[in-house]
Ligand binder design. Structure first.
Ligand code: GLN
Length: 490
């Protein structure tokens, strides 16, 4: 039997709830039923919070009945398992935190709760957000709903797959080097990585603190705008959180694209880009011209250097962030340690998977005395130059556009034995994080039945413009409305 996906946007769901056409309890029950039916196969969730979700749904229904509904009241959503959730296991995809139950909510979780969203559960991810395929999860790989032999992308693969399969209408993700945009592209959904500092990192388990940023993943730009309004905002408990007045992104979705200057980096269309992906992106750009935008070739000459710079900086930060998992305070502890040294080593060896250990080794090496200047400092200098390349490009364009990924979703297992081939997946996304810029991925077409993502990159805090550009494309196209064929398992 073919399973139909509920096509309603978040705003439409809110309307159906307000008019009494449906209830939060009914929406939550049906989300749980879909998860029961499909997720043993997809593996997009690590934890489901059935009782609490149904309870919260009842509370939401009461709020709606009393006329006290927020924009998301009663709508079931999921959080990437990197966000701390009070009284609900938060594993970060790792054996290390397999039994970790946080005593508090991440700010993002708290904010979406107060906007009324009902938390259904926690989605699968690469361990500690390190990966591009979700294959580094302690809980096993998540599958791409468009083709279950393929990866959903990573590290927020569970969130992307859950939205694409219609298990939830929206989910959160985090993006350190592409982890919202790349899985959004592979699963045919819309994802936004905000400007660094716009969304609080409090309670978001740290991977590489100067790059990590949480953001929304949903079917459309309009839905992302609504979610971002709830997620963004100053947090005194995060020292890198920016204090700016809140923005109404939805109100700006129709801002004119007439005369919008779109820069096309020539480095994003060179060697390594799949030709059918290139064609789809070119067609999308032609569509933007038809909407009144002008296209201009630009150069981001240090694009290729983003990979070595990122893969020094991110592991360096990870090696210090992950030193807190010592088997003493929380997280996995080995059985009957001989002494303190044994406790540290075995707890970490057993608790961390292979890729996490590799990054800790690389990071510790790059930070050690004698190598610090040669690797870490050098990488930071390159990072500054990459940010400078963007700054000069933005002197003559408003937005930068290109493919999100060099190809479509790849087959499970096809890159696991070659970490550098996996790292190449991030070529168009990493530099955005190094420069702290906002960027989106939105569906732009299909290559052999697999979704292709268009990436739009903006200047710092230019989320409203990106969302408007994505939204107006989505009003003229229906790529984002396509859904995978999902059969109920026999
Ligand atoms: N693939 C990149 C990495 O493995 C990015 C991951 C992310 O954005 N969390 O580090």
């Amino acid at each position: 039997m073919r399973l139909e996906i509920d096509p309603r946007s978040l705003a439409e769901l809110a309307k159906a709830l307000a008019s009494g056409e449906t209830s939060s309890f009914a929406l939550t029950e049906s989300a749980l039923a879909r998860i029961d039916a499909l997720d043993s196969e997809l593996n997009s969730f690590i934890s489901i919070d059935r009782e609490a979700a149904l309870q919260d749904a009842k509370t939401a229904d009461a709020r709606i009945a009393s006329g006290d509904a927020g924009p998301l009241t009663g709508i079931p959503i999921a959080h990437k398992d990197i966000f701390c959730t009070r009284n609900l296991r938060t594993s970060c995809g790792s054996r290390m935190l397999d039994d970790f139950i946080p005593p508090y909510d991440a700010t993002v979780v708290e904010r979406l709760r107060s906007a009324g969203a009902v938390l259904i559960g926690k989605t699968n991810m690469d361990e500690f957000a390190m990966g591009s395929s979700n294959e580094n999860s302690f809980y096993g790989p998540c599958k791409n709903p468009w083709d279950r032999k393929r990866v959903p992308g990573g590290s927020s693969g569970g969130s992307a797959a859950a939205v694409a399969a219609g298990l939830v209408a929206a989910a959160t993700g985090t993006d350190t080097g592409g982890s919202i945009r790349q899985p959004a592209a592979f699963c045919g959904i819309t994802g936004l990585k905000p400007t660094y500092g716009l969304v609080s990192r409090l309670g978001m388990i740290a991977y590489a603190s100067s790059l990590d940023q949480g953001g929304p993943m949903a079917r459309s730009a309009e839905d992302c705008a609504l979610l971002l309004e709830a997620m963004a905002g100053h947090d005194v408990r995060d020292s890198t959180s920016i204090n700016r007045p809140p923005e109404n992104y939805r109100a700006q979705l129709q801002q004119s694209l007439e005369g919008l200057r779109i820069g096309i980096p020539k480095e994003y269309f060179g060697e390594g880009l799949d030709s059918s992906v290139a064609r789809i992106i070119e067609d999308a750009l032609t569509e933007y011209e038809a909407m009144g935008a002008t296209l201009q070739e630009i150069s981001l000459p240090r694009t290729a250097l983003s990979i070595p710079a990122y893969y020094v900086i991110a592991p360096a930060e990870a090696s210090t962030n992950l030193s807190r998992y010592d088997g003493v305070r929380y997280g996995h502890r080995c059985n009957s340690p001989k002494d303190l040294e044994d406790l540290y080593t075995r707890s970490r060896e057993e608790g961390f998977g292979g890729e996490v250990q590799r990054r800790i080794l690389v990071g510790t090496y790059a930070l050690s005395s004698g190598y610090y200047d040669a690797y870490y400092k050098k990488a930071q200098q390159v990072r500054r130059l990459i940010a400078g390349d963007f700054a000069s490009a933005f002197e003559s364009v408003d937005v930068i556009a290109g493919p999100t990924t060099p190809g479509v979703a790849f087959e499970l297992g096809s890159k696991t034995s070659d970490p550098t081939a996996m790292y190449l997946e991030d070529i168009y996304t990493l530099s955005v994080n190094l420069a702290g810029l906002p960027a989106m991925s939105l569906p732009a077409g299909f290559s052999d039945g697999l979704p292709v993502g268009l990436q739009l990159i903006g200047q710092h805090f230019d989320e409203a413009r990106l969302l408007a550009a994505a939204h107006q494309f989505q009003q003229r196209s229906d790529w984002h409305r396509q859904t995978p064929e999902l059969e109920l398992p026999a």
